[in-house]
Structures are given as structure tokens and as C-alpha cells.
Ligand binder design. Structure first.
Ligand code: GLN
Length: 533
């Protein structure tokens, strides 16, 4: 087992998670078994209840863990399936240690950050890496933060325990261009590395975010002051078109070779062809389409991260460039549907709460009536059902009991087992469930399989009482859960593509393995755009 720890310096938002993911991708291209995980210094115990405004999307794993969106990057760039063991917050560490103390496990000893908290962290490093060749652990936050200190101290100890040759440190830093001086500055990086060394960590590789070439002089300077080999000073420019160029950019500077040498890894030569093909498809599309995403957190960069990425993957599958048009659902309520005109596809992602619901229903109606490809994810599926019940079945009051508990026609409602739940967090239908696809359905054709597994994160469900009427009117059931019979997929009959899924397909799409329904949705959008020209 070998370990790589990824830390960040100077500022946040340097793309540390993407760097970790890209290095994982490169090591997989050399035939190694890789897993990537994230340690976050915040005190929240459950990232599932954190605001999208502060934290972007909640990324759900197969086992139902609600995690940071960086785990999405890790799963998209590598083939490893992650579990709740691969995401750890300070809050979880402290909770475990305090529970142990309450149980008397520490036999009345004084409980301290060193060794109790740090031991807990080290144990999680060991657990996270079982059965693989290389474990990459990203530490959230920025070097110098008070919150991050116990993690960094644990890493120092870990290297001491495991041995220098099994542990590599990679530090992501910023080399900013200062306009007034007309030059790039290395001082912030020097100081951030000095901070790490104060703790007893010497980085082996420096990944420098910069908006222009750093040049030989700066490379030498960074090498000298930060005590890192000149080859190990990696220039990380902003990628021109797509994040999927990052593995290629890092491979050009032979970062994989540096890691392999440093850790003494036995592996195959690099085969980067799959990433070249992904980038080629992105840079040389054969067609262009415009897809609208109708949501309520539309102004946030990261709230629908996996959805946006999966649309891009659907484009890769069809050699199509997809322009994503972000539509604020509330605008549709106040300004009408002008924003939806000319779109080749419309997608309604997941969500909670009342705001923008009517706007999303307007979008679904527009797509159904105009035969525009429509794809509803989780809440988006529920919207599909509500819209159909209202305007096709004529059930004017049809709603989800989430938004109107008193509705006469609760076409979406709470499962019996959920009705008593009062506390927030961890109370949903979460994680991977089987879904049996209906023979002859669009979904069955897209997946090419009878049984699929998809990830869930919701409380409310399709109400089976309305099933016979909805199906008779043309809202077909495309898939159900084989154990509970719950409806997981709805498909509008006599429509090019109007599919709603109760799960979150966006958590299982990868650039080299686009999700079948995202591929089918973009394909339908391409066909629509060809029809209209
Ligand atoms: N709010 C809906 C529910 O709880 C949908 C959730 C979602 O889209 N993730 O069922």
C-alpha cells in the first residue's frame, strides 16, 4: 500500500480535488488500483444537511453516504467505487472520539487531540485504503487554517509510522501574476510550504496554479525555496476547454513518473489513449445542441455539478457539444416561457422545498406539449408526474404532499415508513437500489439491461393509487423497484423523449462511460435540433 496526501495552500478553490482526481486517473492508466478520499476539517457531522449556497451539491455514494462534491470528481475520473469510509469530517472524528470517551473506552485517561483525535484519523487512512495499490487522500481547507492542524499532524505521524518510501505529499498552491509588478510571484507558495514544514511535512510535488507559463526562473526559485525537485514543480495552467484536459496536461509534465519513482511503484507504461479520445470528442464535436437546466440554485456554480458533468458526458457519447442554458425556475413563473424557446432539450434536476416548483411544472408542460426532449431527475420526475396528472388527467389540484400536504390528489406522497420522521439529515431513502426495467420501455432500450442499480436521495414517492389512470392516459412506468414495487421511472408515450427517474443518474456517469439515459437524452436533443434546421 502506498499513500499520497494532497494539501492546498494560499487560497481555496485551487482545484485540489480535480488535481487529486486527475492523478488518480493517470495512475489507473498505468494499471494501478487507485482509490481517492477526502478529509474535511469542518465540524459538521453530516454533509447531507449543508447548504448548497456554501457547499455545492451533496454527492451520494452507493452505500448512501452523503458527501462532498469532490467525491464526484474522484468517481468520474477513476473507476473505484467509493464508500462512507472515504469521506471524513472533523465533526465525525470528534463525534467518534467523544462517544468512545463516554463509553469509557479510554479508561478515564485525559482525552486529547494528540493522540486520540490523530489516532482516529490515522485509523481512517488505513481503513480507506484496504485492497488497493495507491490511496490518495485530499485534505480540505488551506494550510494554516486552525481547523486543519489535527489532520496535518496525523499525516506527519502517518509518514513516520508507514515510512518515507510509502508516503508522498503533494501540495497545490497559487502562483499569482501581479499586474503592477508585471510578474508572477512565488512568495505565497514559499510561505505556504514553510507552514507545512513547520508542522513536519515536506512536500514532494508542488502543483502550481497559474494563468500563464511559470518559466524556468520561477521553477528554479520554487524548487530552491520549497525544497522540491525542479521536475516536481508542476505548472498547472487553467485548462482551455474542459476539466477532462487536466490528466493530459499533468501527464505531459510526467507527474505520474514522479509519483511512481518517489513511491517505488511497480506498474505498466502509461496508456493515456482513453483520455485523449475524451478530449478529442469534446474539441471536435460534430453537432451543437442547447439544453436548458431549470432549477432553483441556478446562479450557483456547484449546486448541480454532477448534472452538468453528466450532460457533458451525454455530449461525448454523441460527439455533440452541449451548451447548457441555466434557467431560473422562478423566472418562468413571472416572465413566461420565452427562455425555453429554441432549446433542444430541457432538464429538471433534483431539489427540495417549494420555491420554483410551479416554474418547473411550466417547463415540463412546455416540453411535453412541444415534444421537446425532457429529462427529470428525482424531483424532476415528481414534477413530470404532477404536470401530467394536472394537464392530461385533468386533476387540477394534483401535487406532492411535500408542497401541499392537503392536496386532494397527492400523486406524489410520503412512504408510510417516512411519516414519523422528524429530525433532519440521514432520514431519506438513500443510496443504491435495484430497478427492474419494463420490457419495451425507452429506459430498457437505453440501458440494454433488465436490472440496473441507481442511487437515491429523497423522501417522497410516486403514489401507486394513481398508477392505472396515469398509465392509461400515457404516462408509462419504465421501471420499478423489484422489492417494494415503487415506481422509479416514468416515460411519456408518444413523445420523442420525456423520461423522469426517481433516482440520481448523475452520480454514476463518467466521461469514459456516459450514463445511458444522459446519452439517450442528448441523442434525442441532437435529433430535435436536426429536425428544426
Ligand atoms: N424533494 C423530493 C423528495 O424528497 C425530491 C428530492 C430530490 O430531488 N433529491 O422526495
Amino acid at each position: 500500500m502506498k499513500y499520497i496526501f494532497v494539501t492546498g495552500g494560499v487560497i481555496s478553490s485551487l482545484g485540489k480535488g480535480l488535481t487529486a482526481a486527475a492523478i488518480g486517473a493517470l495512475l489507473e492508466c498505468r494499471g494501478l488500483k487507485v482509490r481517492i478520499q477526502k478529509f474535511d476539517p469542518y465540524l459538521n457531522v453530516d454533509p447531507g444537511t449543508m447548504s448548497p449556497y456554501q457547499h455545492g451539491e451533496v454527492y451520494v455514494l452507493d452505500d448512501g453516504a452523503e458527501t462532498d462534491l469532490d467525491l464526484g470528481h474522484y468517481e468520474r475520473f477513476t473507476s473505484g467505487v467509493l464508500s462512507r469510509l472515504n469521506s471524513l469530517s472533523s465533526g465525525q472524528v470528534y463525534e467518534t472520539v467523544i462517544q468512545k470517551e463516554r463509553r469509557g473506552d479510554y479508561l478515564g485517561k485525559t482525552v486529547q487531540v494528540i493522540p486520540h483525535i490523530t489516532n482516529e484519523i490515522k485509523e481512517r487512512i488505513l481503513k480507506g485504503g484496504e485492497g488497493i495499490d495507491v490511496l490518495i487522500t485530499e485534505i480540505g481547507g488551506t494550510t494554516g487554517d486552525i481547523e486543519g492542524l489535527p489532520f496535518l499532524e496525523a499525516l506527519r505521524q502517518f509518514q513516520h509510522d508507514a515510512g518515507r518510501e510509502d508516503v508522498a505529499f503533494l501540495h497545490c498552491t497559487l502562483v499569482p501574476f501581479i499586474k503592477a509588478a508585471g510578474e508572477l510571484k512565488t512568495k505565497p507558495s514559499q510561505q505556504s510550504v514553510a507552514k507545512l514544514r513547520e508542522i513536519g511535512i515536506q512536500p514532494d510535488i508542488l502543483v502550481c496554479r497559474t494563468d500563464r507559463p511559470i518559466g524556468e526562473d520561477n521553477r528554479q526559485k520554487l524548487s530552491l525555496y520549497c525544497n522540491v525537485g525542479v521536475d516536481a514543480v508542476i505548472e498547472c495552467r487553467d485548462v482551455a476547454h474542459s476539466i477532462y484536459e487536466l490528466p493530459l496536461m499533468l501527464a505531459e509534465q510526467r507527474i505520474d513518473e514522479i509519483v511512481v519513482k518517489r513511491l517505488g511503484l511497480q506498474c505498466e507504461p502509461m496508456d493515456i489513449a482513453p483520455w485523449r479520445e475524451i478530449v478529442r470528442r469534446l474539441l471536435e464535436p460534430k453537432v451543437r445542441v442547447r439544453v436548458g437546466v431549470v432549477g432553483k440554485y441556478i446562479e450557483l456554480q456547484d449546486a448541480y455539478k454532477s448534472v452538468y458533468e453528466s450532460i457533458v458526458h451525454g455530449g461525448i457519447a454523441n460527439e455533440a457539444a452541449v451548451e447548457i442554458v441555466r434557467v431560473d425556475a422562478e423566472d418562468l413563473e413571472t416572465q413566461g416561457t420565452a427562455q425555453l424557446e429554441g432549446l433542444d432539450g430541457i432538464l429538471v434536476p433534483g431539489g427540495f422545498g417549494n420555491r420554483g416548483i410551479e416554474g418547473k411544472i411550466i417547463a415540463a408542460r412546455f416540453a411535453r406539449e412541444r415534444k421537446i426532449p425532457f429529462y427529470g431527475l428525482c424531483l424532476g420526475m415528481q414534477i413530470t408526474v404532477i404536470e401530467f396528472a394536472r394537464h392530461v388527467l385533468g386533476l387540477k389540484a394534483a401535487h406532492s404532499t411535500e408542497f401541499n400536504p392537503e392536496t386532494a390528489d397527492p400523486v406524489i406522497h410520503l412512504m408510510e415508513s417516512q411519516k414519523s420522521v422528524v429530525t433532519k439529515g440521514g432520514t431519506m431513502r438513500l443510496g443504491s437500489y435495484d430497478c427492474a426495467l419494463a420490457p419495451g420501455s425507452k429506459s430498457r432500450a437505453a440501458y440494454g439491461r433488465d436490472i440496473i442499480q441507481e442511487r437515491h436521495r429523497h423522501r417522497f414517492e410516486y403514489n401507486d393509487v394513481y398508477r392505472a389512470r396515469l398509465e392509461a392516459a400515457g404516462l408509462l412506468v419504465g421501471g420499478t423497484n423489484p422489492q417494494s414495487g415503487l415506481v422509479e421511472i416514468v416515460e411519456v408515450k408518444d413523445h420523442p423523449f420525456m423520461v423522469g427517474v426517481q433516482y440520481h443518474p448523475e452520480f454514476k456517469s463518467k466521461p469514459n462511460r456516459p450514463h445511458p439515459l444522459f446519452a439517450a437524452f442528448v441523442k434525442a436533443a441532437v435529433e430535435k435540433s436536426l429536425r428544426s434546421c
